[in-house]
Design a protein around this ligand. Structure first.
Ligand code: 2HA
Ligand code: ZN
Length: 281
């Protein structure tokens, strides 16, 4: 395998993740998007060293003000860009933007070599970063939106309900409750890219790193490429098991609640939250 390299260490890490998402069948064509809140002094140092002549672009207003993100830098995929091209054309697929003017605007500082702008979901990503930066005390830095086939299929087969979906996934694979104890929060069908879906999503992101955009895909927040990939692949695996069971006429039995409780006690130290949907209704 050719080793991918890039002067910007964050692009070097993000491009293989983004390309892998395409290989997994999660991000077809220009579907989905990715962003990474970069450590400020590190990215400023890298840009000054490798791209000393960069001139930041003009300020573009953000639909929803995010004062909590003022002066932050984001590596972000471009609107219309293909995840499939991330390794071959990283400087075209990705850009780096900085939030300026007290969190009311962004300006481009690097990338988007073919003239793209940040993803059409950029305002949504910023809303999510603001919520999850606060809720996770700064740990989470990365957002991935993917069109997962098995996970999307479930939104046509099962109730659009956070508790029902979370329990259905937890009860199919013992790893699930440990890897996503915060559960999957369901956002009802709303038009992508609107302020309305951003607000509904922000409310759910207060409770979990993982939201389902019904009939559309998953939107998750995590710390690093490895963690975000592991989280999404586990959810998609559980969704595929659940969907196969539904397709075969439904489960004859599931992992008992008692075992889920024991798992969440045994692995409590590894878990990001206490599971909320374990109590009886
Ligand atoms: O095409 O996935 O949600 C980008 C998207 C919009
Ligand atoms: Zn999408």
């Amino acid at each position: 395998m050719t080793v991918f390299s890039h002067p910007i260490s964050f692009v070097k890490e993000a491009a293989p993740l983004v390309r892998l998402c395409w290989e997994m069948g999660w991000n077809e064509a220009n579907g989905g998007n990715f962003s990474w809140r970069l450590p400020t002094s590190e990215i400023e140092g890298i840009l000054a060293r490798h791209y000393p002549d960069l001139i930041p672009g003009p300020a573009n207003p953000i639909p929803i003000d995010e004062p909590g993100l003022d002066s932050e830098y984001f590596l972000v995929t471009g609107s219309g860009q293909f995840f499939r091209h991330a390794i071959d054309h990283p400087n075209q697929v990705f850009g780096i933007v900085q939030i300026v003017a007290g969190g009311t605007a962004w300006r481009q500082v690097w990338g988007f070599s073919s003239g793209a702008r940040p993803t059409s979901e950029f305002a949504m990503h910023l809303v999510a970063h603001a919520v999850r930066k606060r809720v996770s005390n700064g740990r989470e830095r990365m957002i991935l939106h993917s069109h997962l086939p098995e996970f999307i299929a479930l939104s046509f087969l099962a109730p659009l309900d956070s508790r029902a979906l979370t329990r259905a996934l937890w009860e199919k694979m013992p790893e699930c409750i440990v890897i996503f104890p915060d559960g999957v929060r369901v956002v009802p069908p709303l038009l992508p890219g609107t302020v309305e879906i951003a607000e509904a999503s922000a409310a759910e992101l207060e409770r979990s790193r993982i939201i389902s955009w019904s009939h559309h895909g998953i939107f998750v927040s995590e710390e690093s490429p490895d963690r975000i990939f592991a989280l999404v692949e586990t959810i998609e695996k559980a969704a595929s098991i659940h969907r196969r069971i539904l397709g075969a006429g439904g489960a004859k039995q599931v992992i008992p609640t008692e075992i889920l409780k024991q798992l969440s006690e045994k692995f409590a130290a590894l878990m990001v939250a206490r599971p909320e949907f374990l109590d009886e209704e």
